[in-house]
Design a binder for this molecule. Structure first.
Ligand code: UDX
Ligand code: ADP
Length: 471
């Protein structure tokens, strides 16, 4: 009979590990879930009695933490003891793109995965199922397996390695975990696959659990993300065409999304995709294809990345050109810094590149995001804020939309937060400097309203307003 999992350890208390373990603890009260991380500050924040201070903003997450923390959900830095008592260990550590050495800029840096595998091999007791959860290049499970195998004799332990890729999207992570389209489990040990399936069966229907071999599971994750990112690059390329031809991207995407074969999701134009996965995964895909000599395939996927870079550069140029070619002495209100709405994550956010470019052109930015903290923006822009020295180019942090937009020459909407869809232009417009401009890179604001109050508006994928605008 298959043994039931009683104790789970998750290495990595980040955007994947934190929400995933919170939902497992919430749905499986008989399993003790221990999330461990080497980052002490992060763990302290997870344990903060005030749940609004947990390190990750994700709708619904703090309620679950409040319900389960201290019961069957624990956060700590004690890797050794939590690894030792676990029946199942999830690896959810970060795997950024390598910055130097072979594959720099393309391949994933696996040093954190490797170090997790070494810690597991050292501290695990008896038989342990190791689950690869982070987004990883194909064949990483093999690396983990080899590290675990190499030391099992001296440490008297044994392992089975499974791939169980994460499909949650930030901002909707809790719902994605509670009601996933599918759960994918790759591996070759049927008993282990069954044990992990049994954890999910506590709240997910059997039909949704797909089992494959290890490599199919790993590759499926990369390809899912590549297909999603490809849709965004496709619609973004069409946004430029709409702006020049007089078609409207909203109407075009509405018209094509009714075709069942195309479907309605991931057709919103924007300043380019960000987040920790898309760029990294496609870069990995390009790297693998190059490695196996599939030049045409690698060039095909590389183009998805190229269009993404081009889109944010294109937008930056449009802003500069339409503010009369110079930004020095101009104040620009930046609305949104996160890579998408409903998260405080800024990894690969197009806002970083656009803001850096605007500062280089001499602008003073007043950046407001409902959830991104000051220290994060400072880290991403690589420079401290000016602290109200309004004569220099640089950036200042704004605590509210009105503070950010007051006396601004232009507003640039970079993240699709609901608050920005609902801007009251009657209130905002009179406080801006004239001539006032809006650059809506997400196509969410009510442009007709803003124009009524004398603001010149540019909206992505539309040329309605190009009487004012240079492309
Ligand atoms: C993605 C995948 O969706 C998820 O399945 C995987 O597990 C991790 O990577 P995430 O990066 O969190 O999730 O968010 P997602 O909603 O996919 O958005 C990624 C980027 O694409 C964001 O910058 C978003 O603004 C952008 N995007 C998304 C668009 O520009 N247009 C769209 O229509 C959809
Ligand atoms: P993701 O989006 O993949 O969850 P994050 O960067 O948000 O990525 O989280 C990964 C977490 O993994 C970080 O908090 C980091 O400190 C942690 N981590 C990295 N390496 C190790 C390790 N060897 N042991 C424990 N925690 C680790």
């Amino acid at each position: 009979m298959t043994k039931h999992i009683k104790n789970i350890c998750c290495i990595g208390a980040g955007y994947v590990g934190g929400p995933t373990m919170a939902v497992i603890a919430d749905r499986c009260h008989n399993i003790s879930v221990n999330v461990v991380d080497i980052n002490k500050d992060r763990i302290n924040r997870w344990n903060n009695p005030d749940v609004s201070q947990i390190p990750i903003y994700e709708p619904g997450l703090s309620d679950i933490v409040l319900r389960r923390r201290g019961k069957n959900l624990h956060f700590s830095t004690s890797l050794k003891e939590n690894i030792a008592k676990a029946d199942m260990i999830f690896i959810s550590v970060n795997t950024p793109t390598k910055t130097k050495g072979i594959g720099a800029g393309k391949a994933s840096d696996l040093k954190w995965v490797e170090s997790s595998a070494r810690q597991i091999s050292k501290f695990a007791k008896g038989f342990t199922i190791v689950v690869e959860k982070s987004t990883l290049p194909v064949k990483t499970a093999q690396v983990i397996k080899e590290i675990l195998e190499s030391s099992k004799k001296e440490n008297h332990n044994s392992f089975s390695v499974l791939s169980n890729p994460e499909f949650l999207a930030e901002g909707t992570a809790i719902n994605d975990l509670e009601n996933p389209d599918r759960v994918l489990i790759g591996g070759d040990d049927q008993q282990s696959i069954e044990q992990l399936s049994n954890v999910y069966l506590n709240w997910i229907k059997k039909e949704k659990i797909i089992t494959t071999n290890l490599w199919s599971s790993e590759l499926s994750k990369l390809i899912s993300n590549a297909f999603l990112a490809q849709r965004i690059s496709s619609i973004n390329s069409v946004s430029a065409l709409c702006e020049t031809t007089g078609a409207d991207i909203k109407e075009v995407s509405e018209a094509i999304r009714t075709d069942k074969r195309i479907g309605k999701y991931f057709l919103n134009p924007g300043p380019g995709f960000g987040g920790s996965c898309f760029k990294k995964d496609i870069s990995n895909l390009v790297y693998i294809c190059d490695y196996y000599g599939l030049k045409e395939v690698s060039a095909y996927w590389q183009k998805v990345l190229d269009i993404n870079n081009w889109q944010s550069e294109r937008i930056l140029n449009i802003i500069v050109k339409n503010l009369f070619g110079t930004l020095s002495g101009k104040k620009i209100s930046i609305l949104g810094f996160a890579f998408k709405a409903n998260t405080n994550d800024t990894r690969e956010s197009p806002a970083i590149k656009i803001c850096k470019g605007l500062i280089e052109e001499g602008a003073l930015l007043k950046i407001y995001d409902p959830k991104v903290e000051e220290f994060q923006i400072e880290k991403d822009l690589g420079q401290p804020q000016l602290i109200k020295n309004d004569n220099n180019s640089g950036w200042n942090f704004s605590k509210s939309l009105l503070d950010s937009t007051k006396s601004a020459d232009a507003i640039v909407i970079l993240t699709e937060w609901l608050e920005f869809e609902q801007i009251d232009w009657e209130e905002v417009a009179p406080m801006m400097r004239k001539p006032s401009f809006i650059f809506d890179t997400r196509g969410i604001s009510n442009i007709n309203d803003a124009e009524k109050y004398g603001i010149k508006c540019w909206r992505i994928g539309s040329n309605l307003n190009n009487k004012y605008y240079d492309k």
